[in-house]
Design a protein around this ligand. Structure first.
Ligand code: SF4
Length: 433
C-alpha cells in the first residue's frame, strides 16, 4: 500500500512515525494531511535503507540537489562523490538526472548509496535509449517510456518527474502566444519533440492510468513536471504556463483518487513580484498538493551566481507556501555542476529554506537563530559552528584568519561583543578564537 492508502485507512506507518518525530509534529495530524494530499512521504517500498522525509503543509521546507551525468561527463564515481557532498551539505533529497553513460547502473549505484529519497526523470532513459536503438529521441515508443518508468520504480526510486501536463492543447497555446525562450525543460523538450514529430498526444497524459498503476504498485510519488515552465522572466506566468498548471491540477486529483502520492513542480524564471501569485495559483488549482519549485530564478542575467538568484526566489516562494526547493548551482546555464558547485547550491537553498521556515513558524527554526545570537554574544565559537548551516566553512574561515583573544579578526581587540559584554556583565567564554 502507498503512504496515502495507509493514511486513508486511518493507520500510521513507520515512515509516518519517523517523519512526525523528526519534524516535531503530531503523527495523527501528519496522517490527516497525507490523507488530504497536502503532505507526501516519497518512500518507494523497494528503497529499503531509506530515512523517510515528508514534504508539504506544516513541515520544514525541503531542499533537493540535482546530480547526474551528461553526454559529455559520464562517470559513476564522480556522481557518487556529488551524492555524498550533497548529503553532507544537508540536502533532503537527491535527483539523479543522468543522461550519459550507463543510466540504469548509475541510478542503482546512487540508490544503494543513499538513505535519503532519490528522484529521477525516467523519460531521459527512454529518450537516450531511443537514440542508441533507433537514432533519435522522437523514435521512442510509448512503451519505451512506460518501461523506463517501471525500471525506475522497480529499482526503488522514490519520486519521478513526469511531464504529464504537456498536451497538444498546451503546445497550440505556446505557438499562438509566442515566447522568448519557448521550452527549457529537458524532459518537456523530449516529450514536445516526440509529440510534434509523431503528431500524437503525450503518452503520459493519454495513458495516465497506466502511470498511476506503476506508481501505486511501488508507492512512487509522482512529481508532475512543468515542461512548459518559463525559461526567462519575459515568459513568466504566461498563458502556456497557466494552462499546464490547470491540467496538472486535474491530474493531481486523479492521482489522489487512485491512492497515489503526488506533488507539483513549478517555475522556473519568475520576477520577484510574481512569485507569491504563482504559489497561490498552484495551491488553489492543485488543492494544496505540495509545491516543488525549481529555483525560482529572479533574474536572467546572473550566470555564475544563480545559486544566489534562486535562493532569493526560493526564500520568497517558500515564505508564500512552497514546500520543496530544487537547488540551483553556480554553474547553472554554464556547465554541468562539479562537487563544489553541488555543495554551494545545497547550502544556498538551505539558507532560503531556513529563512522561510523562520516566518512559516516551523518548530525550532526561530529558536536556532536566537541560540546563535546568544552564542555570538558569548563569543562561543564551538556553539556557533554547531548551529551554523555550514559548520565546515565556519571553522575554516574562522581559523584561517584568527586573532589573539576571544574575538574574531574582523574587529580584533575592538570587538564590540567583547567590549560591551564586559561592561554589561555578559559571560564571555574564555578561549582563543
Ligand atoms: S570581532 Fe567584531 S565581528 Fe568578530 S565577534 Fe567581535 S564584534 Fe563580531
Amino acid at each position: 500500500m502507498t503512504q496515502l492508502e495507509i493514511a486513508r485507512k486511518g493507520n500510521i506507518s513507520p515512515q509516518m512515525e519517523a517523519v512526525a518525530r523528526s519534524e516535531g509534529l503530531d503523527v495523527e495530524l501528519l496522517r490527516q494531511r497525507i490523507t488530504a494530499g497536502t503532505i507526501v512521504i516519497p518512500a518507494n517500498v523497494r528503497h529499503l535503507n531509506l530515512l523517510p522525509c515528508g514534504v508539504g503543509e506544516g513541515l520544514s521546507t525541503k531542499v533537493n540537489a540535482n546530480i547526474g551525468t551528461s553526454s559529455d561527463f559520464g562517470n559513476i564515481d564522480t556522481e557518487l562523490e556529488k551524492l555524498q557532498v550533497a548529503l553532507n551539505a544537508g540536502a533532503d533529497t537527491v535527483m539523479d538526472l543522468s543522461t550519459g553513460g550507463d543510466i540504469p547502473a548509475i541510478r542503482r549505484a546512487i540508490l544503494a548509496a543513499s538513505n535519503r529519497p532519490i528522484g529521477t526523470v525516467p523519460v531521459y532513459q527512454a529518450g537516450i535509449g531511443a537514440i542508441e536503438k533507433h537514432g533519435a529521441i522522437v523514435k521512442m515508443s510509448p512503451d519505451d517510456i512506460f518501461s523506463a518508468i517501471e525500471d525506475n520504480a522497480r529499482d526503488g526510486v522514490d519520486f519521478i518527474t513526469v511531464h504529464c501536463g504537456v498536451t497538444q492543447s498546451a503546445i497550440d497555446r505556446l505557438k499562438k502566444q509566442g515566447r522568448v525562450t519557448d521550452i527549457v525543460s529537458r524532459g518537456g523538450a523530449f516529450i514536445v519533440g516526440w509529440m510534434l514529430h509523431n503528431d500524437r498526444e503525450n503518452p503520459l497524459y493519454e495513458q495516465y492510468d497506466r502511470l498511476l498503476d506503476i506508481a501505486l504498485e511501488y508507492d512512487v510519488t509522482l512529481s508532475l513536471g512543468d515542461g512548459m515552465r518559463p525559461g526567462s522572466l519575459a515568459d513568466a506566468t504566461d498563458r502556456t504556463q497557466v494552462e499546464e498548471l490547470i491540467t496538472l491540477g486535474e491530474l493531481v486529483q486523479r492521482a489522489q483518487d487512485a491512492g497515489v502520492q503526488v506533488m507539483v513542480e513549478g517555475p522556473g524564471h519568475i520576477p520577484l513580484d510574481q512569485i507569491e501569485t504563482n504559489v497561490r495559483l498552484q495551491k488553489a488549482l492543485c488543492k494544496g498538493a505540495p509545491f516543488y519549485v525549481l529555483g525560482p530564478l529572479v533574474t536572467d542575467i546572473a550566470a555564475g551566481y544563480d545559486h544566489i538568484t534562486s535562493a532569493i526566489g526560493g526564500a520568497i516562494a517558500a515564505m508564500a507556501g512552497a514546500d520543496f526547493l530544487c537547488y540551483v548551482t553556480p554553474s547553472e546555464h554554464l556547465a554541468i555542476p562539479d562537487a563544489d558547485d553541488v555543495r554551494e547550491g545545497v547550502i544556498a537553498s538551505r539558507i532560503a529554506a531556513h529563512a522561510a521556515d523562520i516566518v512559516k513558524g516551523i518548530k525550532g527554526a526561530r529558536e536556532r537563530d536566537r541560540q546563535m545570537s546568544l552564542a555570538r554574544k558569548r563569543l562561543d565559537w564551538e556553539e556557533q559552528a554547531r548551529l551554523s548551516l555550514d559548520p565546515e566553512k565556519f571553522n575554516r574561515v574562522h581559523r584561517q584568519r584568527s586573532t589573539a583573544g576571544s574575538a574574531c579578526s574582523m574587529c580584533g581587540q575592538y570587538c564590540a561583543m567583547d567590549l560591551v559584554g564586559k561592561y554589561l556583565g555578559a559571560g564571555i567564554k574564555a578561549g582563543k578564537c
